[in-house]
Design a protein around this ligand. Structure first.
Ligand SMILES: [Fe+2]
Length: 384
């Protein structure tokens, strides 16, 4: 027995058998996400480290649709606000493709989207080869189904808490009023619209980064409105650290702000230095793409279903981030804490159970997935 060559599991198929089919699957998601209309004026907000083939691919698709393209390159993607002299170009555009950090939160950009401008953020498409990644070909319609099925769990017509717990002792609550729920869940991604075909939309490509279980969309992006939240998180990991933490590090909040970080390890010391006084911005960015790798948290949190990241804006730029990730796509004023095993409830309703996104087994999601293949393989055969 000891000399036998056991083969109990299938070996991978040769790539020439699967490669072309999978590539064209991914291209369908690509063209439907970049839903250019004839006459669209497309503006790229780009940076020098973006693979030029990404710009070429999107520009070629725009040309095929009768849209025109302009490029505006800043010195990095870590742009914290729209520069004044970029505003006229932006105002003229009908469609924006952006790598810039400030895309989601800059008031000028938000106002243009309110007037109908469509945006695609390409933090997860910085290299054309990503079209061959499993998450690129996972049907965007199913990402939308999973998002809608999760949204349906938020209680209607009454206030409730979004409650995060895990086996390490995390116990964190964010209070929702009915109005906050309506504000947040009316945004295009929460409605499961993953293509940039709708006026005013904001989507991510690759379709992987959440929407957030809570963010300032709940208060119509008015950052002066405080949100009731408090408790403690014990993150397993954070972007910018090579591997998960060995210590149980407690990050305590008073309202939206970090008041204390407990722990003795080097990682705890670094987090304490960076986080105290920082403000919760993404409470929790949730993954919704079953083919996104679960243990890849760079550049901005794992996007596997039910994996969470908590984005915190810092009081001052962190030297640790400047040293360890000088070319990070985000500025050193932001930290993403990661938990891969959270349990999350909205009121009484379970959204995530020990890191498993409950919507993956909803009958309507399974039925939708069956149109594309075996639902169990599509939804539950994750990528480590
Ligand atoms: Fe995020």
């Amino acid at each position: 027995m000891s000399e036998a060559n056991y083969v109990g599991m299938p070996s991978a198929l040769p790539t020439h058998v699967t490669h072309t089919r999978e590539f064209f699957q991914a291209l369908d998601n690509f063209t439907r996400t970049f839903a250019f209309r004839p006459g669209d004026r497309v503006l790229f907000l780009t940076d020098p480290l973006l693979d030029p083939r990404v710009v070429d691919a999107i520009s070629g698709h725009a040309k095929a649709r009768g849209a025109s393209v302009r490029l505006l390159m800043e010195s990095s993607s870590r742009v914290e606000e729209i520069p004044g002299d970029a505003k006229a170009l932006l105002e003229h555009a009908t469609f924006v493709v952006s790598t810039w950090f400030c895309s989601i939160i800059d008031p000028f950009a938000i106002a243009l989207r309110k007037k109908g401008q469509r945006w695609v953020k390409i933090t997860y498409f910085r290299n054309l080869d990503l079209l061959h990644a499993p998450q690129a070909r996972f049907p965007i319609d199913l990402v939308g189904e999973l998002t809608r099925a999760t949204a349906a769990r938020y209680p209607t017509g009454r206030a409730f808490d979004l409650h995060f717990t895990d086996s390490r002792g995390s116990d964190f609550r964010i209070h929702f009023t009915p109005e906050m729920r309506e504000n947040m869940l009316s945004t295009n991604r929460w409605r499961g619209r993953m293509g940039a075909d709708e006026d005013g939309c904001y989507v991510h490509y690759l379709a992987s980064h959440g929407p957030n279980l809570w963010d300032h969309n709940a208060v119509r992006n008015d950052l002066s409105v405080p949100t009731r939240m408090s408790g403690v998180l014990y993150p397993q990991w954070a972007v910018g650290f090579a591997r998960p933490f060995s210590e149980r590090i407690g990050v305590h909040f008073e309202g939206e702000y970090v008041c204390r970080v407990d722990g003795e390890s080097e990682e705890a010391r670094i987090l304490r230095e960076m986080l105290v006084g920082g403000r919760m911005i993404e409470g929790g960015g949730c993954g919704f793409n079953p083919k996104a790798p679960r243990h890849t948290v760079y550049p901005a949190g794992s996007n596997a279903p039910g994996a969470l990241h908590f984005g915190i804006d810092l009081v001052k730029p962190a030297d640790y981030i400047r040293r360890t990730m000088p070319d990070w796509e985000e500025p050193p004023i932001h930290v993403d804490l990661v938990t891969l095993d959270a349990t999350v409830r909205a009121g009484e309703n379970l959204l995530i159970d020990n890191g498993f996104l409950c919507a993956l087994r909803d009958p309507e999601v399974v039925a939708a997935a069956a149109r594309f293949g075996d639902p169990v393989e599509l939804l539950e055969a994750g990528v480590a």
